[in-house]
Ligand binder design. Structure first.
Ligand code: SF4
Ligand code: SF4
Length: 367
């Protein structure tokens, strides 16, 4: 029965060990898995001494989303990405806002397979110009991601993106970029202590991967869910902002998003949303660290959803949730100047935007 399920697919990064054990090489947990057992994430199983993924193309969720929803604000503005997720995660965040799928192991009797070819057709049929592997941790879909990315790139001038905790191995990350993963919306959840305690991970490996992705030419935007009492103190936020500046550069966007209750956050005594004043403090910390593009997320209509010129502070792109429009006192050719020439119409400073701009009104919709 197993061999007939297209979602069960031999893994590409693993090492065979004595006594039919295997070591998975997809993420930095590097699980050693006994015959007949699964790794930490439950998406990979040792079947008679070989490692198989159980979720190749097993799609839990699919929707056509504005790229701004990832969030990626400086990459192919105003385009749609066909966005999919599968099951499970390699982190243990108690505040997970996608727990319905990220805390659920795959069920191979209920796999919902979508081939990479069907992905590409669905993408085009829904006027998407790129892919996004998201929702749960996309690294667990490594093999499928590589095949989807190849097909998407062969089909035309389309892009590929990952919304991720960046805990893949270096080898996995290199494969993703070699197979044309163009952009990463990467979560930085706190300092070493927070990431160890709540996510069960080593934050230095996340920083290592961010640096490598940037060095290999990928576009990177960093997201921090600002959680009261967990990572909202000045020291942690300053450390994150300073390291973004040092490791990735001052023009790297930093999204500070608002926490709301989810999954087991109540067990941590977390009942309230992040105060707006805390998010605004994070914004100031980012500015003091020298970052040029800082955004507040999950606060519709806040002025810090917008893009301002880092040089003259002119309002350039006005946003409301995921919709965006250029905003400038003189309207003539402003779309062209900001999105296509990628410079401030007021002072001429170049604006860090990657890719083309799609001038469309958009809302997200499920398929
Ligand atoms: S992907 Fe990570 S968590 Fe899952 S089996 Fe491999 S090393 Fe373990
Ligand atoms: S890394 Fe993301 S998907 Fe995984 S548990 Fe944490 S918040 Fe959830």
């Amino acid at each position: 029965m197993l061999s007939k399920n297209p979602c069960i697919h031999e893994a590409i990064l693993y090492e065979e060990l004595p006594n039919k054990k295997v070591r998975c090489g997809v993420c930095e947990r590097t699980c050693v898995i006994l015959k007949g057992e699964r790794g930490f994430c439950k998406t990979r199983e040792n079947i008679d001494g070989k490692l198989f993924t159980l979720i190749y193309g097993d799609i839990s969720s699919i929707s056509a989303n504005p790229i701004e929803k990832k969030p990626l604000f400086h990459f192919w503005p105003r385009s749609y990405a066909l966005t999919i997720g599968s099951w499970s995660c390699n982190f243990t965040c108690p505040w997970c806002q996608n727990c319905g799928i990220s805390k659920t192991a795959p069920n191979i009797r209920k796999s919902r397979y979508m081939s990479p070819e069907a992905f590409e057709k669905t993408m085009k049929a829904n006027e998407c110009v790129g892919s996004s592997i998201s929702f749960n941790e996309p690294t667990l879909l490594l093999e499928y991601s590589l095949d989807v990315f190849d097909i998407v790139k062969e089909a035309g001038p389309y892009y590929n993106t990952y919304v991720t905790n960046m805990y893949m191995t270096e080898e996995a990350l290199k494969l993703l970029i070699e197979h044309k993963c163009d952009a990463f919306a990467a979560n930085m959840k706190g300092d070493a202590e927070v990431v160890k305690k709540y996510c069960g991970a080593d934050v230095e490996l996340v920083w290592r991967n961010l640096k490598l992705a940037k060095e290999m030419g990928a576009h990177v935007e960093v997201i921090t869910l600002v959680i009261p009492t967990i990572n909202d103190n000045e020291q942690i936020l300053t450390e994150i902002a300073t390291r973004i500046h040092e490791v990735l550069g001052k023009d790297t966007p930093w999204h500070c998003t608002r926490f709301h209750q989810a999954y087991k956050s109540r067990d941590l005594g977390l009942k309230e949303k992040t105060p707006i004043s805390t998010l605004e403090k994070a914004y100031e910390i980012g500015k003091d660290a020298g970052l040029e593009y800082i955004y507040l997320g999950n606060v519709p209509g806040h002025e810090y959803e917008n893009t301002y010129c880092p040089s003259c502070n002119e309002l350039l792109i006005k946003r409301f949730i995921f919709d965006s429009q250029v905003f400038f006192k003189a309207k003539k050719r402003i779309d062209d100047v900001i999105y296509f020439e990628k410079r401030c119409p007021s002072c001429g400073k170049s604006i860090a935007i990657q890719g083309e701009c799609i001038l469309k009104e958009k809302t997200s919709f499920r398929l």
